[in-house]
Design a protein. Sequence first.
Length: 180
Amino acid sequence: MKLLLFNLATDADDPILGFTTRWIQALAKRVEFIHVITMRAGRVEVPENVRVYSVGKEKGYSEPRRAVEFYRHLFRILREDRIDACFSHMIPIFTVLAAPILKVKRIPIVTWYAHPSLTWILKLAHHLSDRMVASVATAYPYRKDKLVVVGQGIDTDFFCPNGSHPEEPPMILCVGRLRP
């Protein structure tokens, strides 16, 4: 299987989205090749069967220039390789931009979105996607007809106690959101 993956940031050092590098590494073990089109790239640490293409936000490219870069990368990938599926992670605008082309080529689109913000772009991405996925049902603010709940996707090998101070009591951190 050859996968096209859209990603908001591909940067192993990003304090919020750095985990996506580990997701890409894990996916790469299960597929033949992954083409990643990302809004911005930083330190890219991926296996040999992954290629990352940035649309240039880290270079300060304007939105129109980033759209041109997106299509340049997309058309090149589709011209040079046969893609089996597209996974769009937290970037519904890329889903919307690519969907007309991917639909013609019969490439299914799965869009991950987990955020309370409901925009017209998300609504359009919902209609253009074959499936929507989120960590929990309440994290997806739109219609649930295409929604598949998949859990948090936390790498428990990476985020685990290291046991370096067994004589000290464990520290417990609880993080949550207050919602009406």
